[in-house]
Every structure is written in C-alpha cells, then in structure tokens.
Design a protein around this ligand. Structure first.
Ligand SMILES: Cc1cc2nc3c(=O)[nH]c(=O)nc-3n(C[C@H](O)[C@H](O)[C@H](O)COP(=O)(O)O)c2cc1C
Length: 344
C-alpha cells in the first residue's frame, strides 16, 4: 500500500509521486534543497563535518523556504552517523527542526541512540533510516521504530552495503519480511533510479517514494565543480564504468569506514591497479608523484579523487535545473505507469 498520504501529513507541500534528493555530503546544500522542495519534492542537505558550515546552510534554507506552509523546516537533513559526535547535531535539530532526519551508515544500536536523541530534541522531525539489506531493515525496524526506511540497492552511487541486492529483490523481500513481523513502515527506494521509468518500476515494487542522487549531479544547483559534472555526462554503460569497492576510501590513507560498507564510483586508475593486485601504498605514492609531476594533465578527474556515481550515470547527459528534473521525472512516472496498465 502506498504511504503517500502518510508523508503528506508531515510534508504538506509535496506532490505525487514523492521524489527526494539524496542528502549527498558536501554536494546537496541549501540551493539544491530549496529548489527540490519548491518543486514539490523533498529537498535535503547532506552531511557536513563543520557545524558552522551546516548552520550557514540551514539559515539560507530557512530564509529561502519561509513561504512554504510547514510546521518544520521543509527539508531533510542527512547525518552520516558512524563516528559523528551527537551533541552538536542535536542542537541543530532542536534549533532548525527539519521535517526529516535522514540517518545512514551505522549499527542498529547507534541508530537507536540517534533516533531517540533527535526525537527528544525535535519531536516533529521524522526519522528516516537508509540501509541495504533485509536483516538490517528488521534490526532497525525493531530498534528504532523509524518513520520510513530507505532501501538502498547496489546500483546506488556513493556508499552502501558491500553485500547487497538491487532494489528489484530488496524492496519486495523487505516488504514481505516486515509485514510478516507486523510492521507497516513506509519504504523508499534508492539506487539506479534516474528517470520516470526507474521511478515507475520502484513504485511498482512497493516503494512509496523514490530517492535520486546520481541524477541530481546534473542539476545546476549542485555544489560540484564543472569537471566533476563533465565526467558524469561523459560516462556511459554505467555497470561497466562504475564499480563498488572499498579502495575509493583508501586513496589518501587508511579507510575509516566500517567493514560493512563500500562505495560506487567511476572506475579510475587507482581502482584498476588495486584490482590487478598492486599494493595500496604503492598506488598512493604513484598517484602523488603523478599528480605533482609533468604528466599530471594526463590524469582524468576521476583518477585524482573519488567520483561517486551510480549505475544510472549513463543516462545522465546534460545540465538542468533541479526543478526541471523533478517535474520531468514526476510527469514521466505517471505516463509510464499509465502505459504499463494499457499492456494488460
Ligand atoms: C555523490 C553522492 C554522494 C552521496 N552521499 C551520501 C551521504 O552523504 N549520505 C547518504 O546517506 N547517502 C549518500 N549517498 C547515497 C544516496 O543516499 C543514495 O542512496 C544514492 O544516491 C541512490 O542511488 P543513485 O545515486 O543511483 O540515485 C550519496 C550518493 C552520491 C551519488
């Protein structure tokens, strides 16, 4: 059953189907969040390390969205939970009261502590938790009583469960398992969705809303350099040109991410060398020499850092306004679902 009406109760400005921008750390900031919420979706601000930077972004957003009728700040705020001290964040939740707290990347125990802390600091903020397996969904449902679960399939760009499934099997299995246990938690799909076809498919699988990250890398309001965006537009055949690996977090030093997680990026020379068996310390010194040497210009942008992107990257081809993306995907989703009905 769709939970659109449940969302509508606390996100009164949204339009059907609910489209959500992924809270991409350092990339989804006030401009993008404002554009997506104004277009009838859920804008989000991604994790920022520095509480002052985050405060600035929240202030900008509050001013920009002052005209939207809502008892909360009409956006979501993303927290990468592992290793993050809770107190400064709780102060921000208490002060700005975002509509949604999007929690990700932590154990059920840590997520429980954060959910309880946020609920105390800002009772109107709803707790959404992103995860990528049936077992994690069950643990988190039992421990945190989340207001929604974001089910992240392995096509997703950015970090996610190293062992995973695509949303095609993940969403139905989580739906069945939670229902057998007596839970009725709204499910949101993430991973590989870049247009109305993907969105229509996710809704058919049982999701009540859809998240897009990679598609929004094309948005002009996204805080990324032009060369990052060009690398996205040049990529095609997403399953070939991207890969999941933990090496993308080891390029500059030891990987501090918990073992459960890897990430999907555009493949680069570091990845190629690593999968051919070259020791990571050798790769690091090669890269540092290459970047500072005469051949530096032969390195592509993805060789010099991790360009996080999902398998849908091959369909992301041009810069657009975030509002146009929201409107296009929303309209196309309805058209594809209507068309599918005609096949019957
Ligand atoms: C560039 C990029 C940065 C991301 N950063 C975060 C993050 O900070 N926190 C988080 O929970 N998820 C993050 N994600 C994952 C998204 O929440 C989401 O699962 C993913 O974008 C969905 O797949 P898609 O990229 O195919 O749309 C990121 C994804 C991308 C592409």
């Amino acid at each position: 059953m769709s939970h659109f009406n449940t969302f509508k109760q606390y996100l009164p400005w949204i339009q059907k189907p609910l489209l959500i921008i992924a809270p991409m750390s350092g990339i989804a900031k006030s401009k993008l969040a404002t554009a997506v919420t104004t277009a009838g979706g859920l804008g989000q601000i991604g994790f920022l390390d520095d509480p002052q930077d985050l405060t600035d972004e929240l202030e900008l957003t509050k001013k920009a969205l002052a005209n939207i009728e809502s008892q909360t700040l009409p956006i979501g705020l993303g927290v990468i939970v592992f290793g993050t001290p809770m107190k400064p964040w709780l102060d921000l939740f208490a002060k700005y009261k975002p509509a949604v707290a999007w929690l990700s990347f932590a154990s059920a125990d840590e997520l429980k502590e954060w959910s309880e802390g946020i609920r105390r600091a800002s009772p109107q903020t709803r707790i959404w938790i992103q995860l990528g397996s049936v077992s994690a969904a069950v643990e988190v449902a039992q421990a945190c009583r989340p207001d929604a679960l974001v089910l992240q399939g392995i096509d997703a760009g950015g970090h996610g469960h190293e062992d995973g499934a695509s949303i095609v099997s993940l969403i139905p299995e989580v739906t069945d398992t939670l229902s057998e246990l007596g839970f009725d938690i709204p499910l949101i799909a993430a991973g590989g969705i870049v247009d109305g076809r993907g969105c229509a498919a996710a809704l058919s699988l049982g999701a009540s809303a859809v998240v897009m990250g990679t598609r929004f890398l094309a948005a002009e309001e996204t805080a990324i350099p032009a060369i990052y965006r060009s690398a996205i537009f040049e990529a095609s055949d997403g399953g070939q040109v991207t890969a999941r690996s933990r090496v993308f977090d080891e390029i500059w030093g030891p990987n501090f991410w918990p073992k459960t997680y890897d990430g999907r990026c555009l493949k680069n020379q570091v990845y190629q060398q690593y999968t051919s068996g070259v020791d990571i310390r050798k790769i690091r010194s090669w890269l540092s020499n290459a970047m500072n040497g005469p051949d530096a210009e032969r390195l592509s942008v993805q060789d010099m850092g991790s360009i996080w992107a999902g398998t849908g990257v091959g369909m992301v081809k041009r810069q657009e306004k975030a509002a146009d993306i929201v409107q296009e995907v929303r309209g196309d989703t309805i058209r594809y679902l209507e068309r599918a009905l005609k096949y019957l």
